[in-house]
Design a binder for this molecule. Structure first.
Ligand code: FES
Ligand SMILES: [Fe+2]
Length: 419
């Protein structure tokens, strides 16, 4: 297992304040909620990085993140009421504005509001999500991703909360697809999922990039994909678009995949741009915020959005099914045929990742050559966290300023898909 001086890789499982990984993660913006789960006027308790916070949107719709507890007697502010753009505590009615300034103390003859503040945190809406920055000092510039900033149907999926370390999620590797997702591939007649691919990984200015290829064959080897004549061009295009996966430090994965939306499975030409931010809720729970952008406009876009919205109901019971599978009461093959592939994929990933258990206690792993990305990711983290602990300069990650899928290809997709 990787180590850097006295720092061991398994030490990075802890994410609370003052822990090595917790300190590093607090240097970045993180998503905390979907916009659609945060109706204006309803405060919500949020746990992230082992700490509690309150998030609310006032009447102007702007999200605000404040400390968990009221500075008066410590009652959770998420129990309170939103009034205009302010938040009122449920215990004795103190009221705070979006900057954290106390603006009312109803029980006091001589209010001392100007002396009272509650901590607030920078927030930003992006890609259907609310992001916040929990570090000290000024927040770094908010990172935007050119591949998400283009026309199409943007869907933020139901947040996936998994009872395991965020490492179990961000170390999910390319080699799992034909095995973990076998049941879905067979159910949905997706032979491409069953193809074993090899992956080369390299460090980039933003983190890591993996390029995948089919073992021993070039992209024109249609027979190895089980494709029939006439699908060659589509297969080549598939392989081009699916070849790269991008991992942005610390916890974002961005890639391209054929859509899995119900009713659109036959559309070999229709690609989702996928971005998944994974954040630790605490040392043993993580949340993934999964966003996709699909190149459709007009009537088809509305039909597509409706199909994706259908997943919301399935998501309600998906972890009950996953826990039954983990407990041996049913199998992945028993999931219903008409379940959306998005939902069954999440269940398949849940049982394998949650089933791994914590880093500490898992025992020694036997990493193989195909686990190169995991090895590189661990090295990257150990290097950066080690530098942070020693007060050394950290890598200043640079985001791409241009989309990975060129504008002309995206327009072609838009036109082709909507033709
Ligand atoms: S505890 Fe919040 S007003 Fe008293
Ligand atoms: Fe998966």
């Amino acid at each position: 297992m990787a180590r850097n001086g006295s720092l061991q890789f398994t030490d990075l499982e802890a994410v609370g304040p003052g822990t090595p990984a917790g300190r590093y993660l607090r240097l970045f913006w993180h998503p905390i909620a979907r916009l659609k789960d945060l109706p204006a006027g309803r405060p919500k308790l949020v746990e992230i990085l082992g700490e509690m916070f309150t998030v609310y949107r006032g009447t102007d719709g702007t999200p605000n993140v404040t400390a968990h507890r009221c500075p008066h007697r410590g009652t959770p502010l998420s129990l309170g009421w939103v009034e205009g753009d302010t938040l009122r505590c449920r215990y004795h009615g103190w009221r705070f504005d979006g900057t954290g300034q106390c603006v009312e103390q109803p029980n006091e003859d001589r209010p001392f509001c100007d002396k009272i503040r509650v901590q607030t945190y920078p927030t930003q809406e992006y890609a259907g999500l609310v992001f916040a920055y929990f570090g000290e000092g000024a927040a770094p510039p908010f990172p935007r991703y050119p591949d998400l900033d283009r026309p199409g149907v943007l869907v933020a999926d139901p947040v996936e909360v998994l009872p395991c370390s965020f490492w179990n999620k961000i170390e999910n590797d390319h080699g799992h697809r034909p095995w973990v997702h076998r049941a879905t591939a067979l159910r949905k007649n997706r032979s491409d999922i069953l193809v074993i691919r090899q992956e080369k990984v390299e460090e980039t200015p933003y983190g890591l990039r993996g390029s995948r290829s089919v073992s021993g064959v070039k992209s024109d080897a249609k027979s190895s994909l089980g494709l029939v004549k006439g699908e060659q061009a589509a297969a080549e295009s598939d392989l081009q678009m699916a070849r790269y996966k991008h991992w942005y430090m610390p916890c974002l994965k961005l890639w391209f995949q054929r859509t899995r939306a119900k009713g659109f499975e036959h559309r070999r030409d229709l690609w989702d741009t996928k971005a998944v931010w994974t954040v630790p809720i605490n040392d043993h729970t993580n949340a993934s915020f999964d966003v996709s952008l699909t190149p459709l406009v007009g009537e088809e876009a509305r039909a597509y959005a409706k199909s994706r919205a259908g997943q919301e109901a399935e998501a309600e019971s998906r972890w009950d099914l996953a826990e039954k599978i983990l407990a041996g009461k049913m199998t992945l093959e028993d999931l219903p045929d008409d379940m959306s592939a998005y939902t069954s994929f999440t269940i398949e990933d849940y049982v394998t990742q949650v089933g791994q258990g914590p880093l500490k206690g898992r025992g020694e792993e036997m990493l193989a050559p195909s686990d190169m990305r995991i090895v590189m990711l661990r090295r990257l983290w150990m290097r950066e966290v080690g530098a942070l602990l020693e007060g050394q300069p950290l890598t200043q990650w640079e985001l791409p300023t241009e989309p990975f899928i060129p504008a002309t290809a995206w327009s072609r997709q838009l036109q082709g898909a909507s033709a």
